[in-house]
Design a protein around this ligand. Structure first.
Ligand SMILES: Cc1ncc(COP(=O)(O)O)c(C=O)c1O
Length: 410
């Protein structure tokens, strides 16, 4: 890490390559999960750019909080106190100009856990849950596992940009009697940061039909104003668009993507409506889960309190990675979908004319890069791959070279 003096100069060194391969992190631990990789040699050389965590160290204040707690050495059941709630609320207020109330906030071990609780709390078996594919796989898996009917409102790709088919959205809600809508904002994997107008339309339709909105805003802190060109994206908290949306919305946020804390499991749910909140809290109690992991709370508190500058520099570094990848892939028959947000980029590989399985094999066996197959995000993701760019630039460079070379050999 460099000197902290000189306000304008970058302080953090995201170029540093950290060897994470000896940890139990799933990104590097291919052997447990891959149907493709069995040989040690292949395992060693592959560049893992799939699961959504980063290769960067969290801010040092976060590590310091964990070290301090480890030195203390007592890890009893822990409840967040007023300072914790204030730190989380202040983060959302200063970054998004929205003041969630203290009483609306509940902690939860994870966003997917909160999605599962919402499904338990607000729907019954057989009820319809609407999602917008291609989308983060638990959006379909969790409701399906719980016996809900999943209604897919596919996003449409127009002139290289994903859009919402609002007419179809409304018709599906009406005809399929949708009870709950899981919104991904910003959207993983297509990288859209929905505009206030788009969110307003979604909210109006949801209100009109009494649909409960679960707004997953875990990627809110990654919005790229430089790399996208054209419209300048800005994250808008869904409920901030119209006061009435507070009546039917569960907002989910977390420091886990933002500060690379996924393994520590701490997130927030904001529910203004009293009845919805008590149904959520009851579902939480029924789940058998009580206090969060204390380390997660300490880390989240430190991140939300001290992490602004680190995040600003990180986002700027990621924009550099996007610019680099975008120009490097110019030579390959692969189109990068314009990324507005999230550090997960969506590659249109349809010109390679490979099916989903062949594509995955191509990237692993020929290029030596491990990406997420588009088909995992729904049928409309087939022919696409998702790449995680939250790694040092040298790794992006190596990955781009490998992809270019292998695509050229096809
Ligand atoms: C949209 C989205 N929601 C939720 C999660 C996971 O959240 P958690 O680990 O808090 O369950 C991810 C992780 O990639 C994600 O992309």
């Amino acid at each position: 890490m460099g000197s902290r003096e000189g306000r304008g100069q970058p302080v953090y060194n995201f170029d540093e390559k950290i060897d994470n391969s000896k940890l139990w992190g799933i990104r590097y631990d291919f052997r447990r999960i891959s149907p493709f990789l069995t040989q040690e040699s292949v395992y060693q050389d592959i560049i893992p750019l799939w699961v959504a965590d980063m290769d960067f160290r969290t801010p040092e204040e976060v590590s310091a909080a964990l070290i301090q707690s480890a030195r203390h050495g007592v890890f009893g059941y822990t409840e967040p106190n007023g300072s914790y709630f204030n730190a989380v609320l202040a983060w959302h207020s200063r970054r998004y100009g929205f003041d969630f109330s203290r009483e609306s906030m509940t902690v939860s071990p994870g966003v997917v856990f909160s999605i599962a609780l919402s499904i338990d709390a607000y729907t019954q078996e057989g009820d319809a849950v609407l999602i917008q594919e291609p989308v983060y796989p638990p959006f379909s898996e969790v409701p399906r596992q719980k016996g809900r009917k999943v209604v897919v409102n596919e996003l449409i790709l127009v002139d290289g940009e994903y859009r919402i088919d609002f007419e179809r959205f409304e018709a599906q809600i009406r005809d399929e009697k949708v009870r709950l809508f899981i919104l991904c904002s910003p959207h993983n994997p297509v990288g859209r940061v929905w505009t206030a107008e788009e969110l307003h339309k979604l909210g109006e339709i949801s209100l009109k039909y009494g649909v409960i909105v679960v707004s997953d805003e875990i990627h809110a802190d990654f919005v790229f104003t430089q790399a996208s060109g054209g419209r300048i994206p800005r994250h808008t908290i869904f409920v901030s668009v119209d006061k009435r949306f507070q009546e039917n919305t569960i907002t989910l946020t977390a420091p886990s993507k933002t500060f690379n804390l996924a393994g520590l499991q701490a997130s927030s749910a904001f529910i203004s409506d009293k009845e919805l909140r008590s149904a959520f809290v009851n579902a939480y109690k029924r789940s058998g889960y009580s206090q969060l992991n204390c380390a997660g709370l300490f880390a989240a508190y430190a991140a939300y309190t001290y992490g602004d500058r680190w995040l600003t520099e990180l986002v700027s570094y990621l924009e550099g990675n996007i610019r680099y990848l975008s120009s490097a892939l110019d030579k390959a028959p692969i189109d990068l979908i314009k990324p507005e947000g999230t550090y997960l980029l969506w590659l249109d590989c349809r010109k390679l004319r490979l099916n989903d399985r062949e594509l995955k094999r191509f990237f692993i066996e020929k290029a030596g890069v491990w990406l997420h197959s588009g088909g995992v995000f729904g049928d409309s993701g087939k022919g696409f791959m998702r790449i995680n760019i939250a790694v040092p630039r040298s790794v992006i460079k190596e990955a781009a070279e490998r992809i270019n070379k292998s695509a050229g050999d096809l």
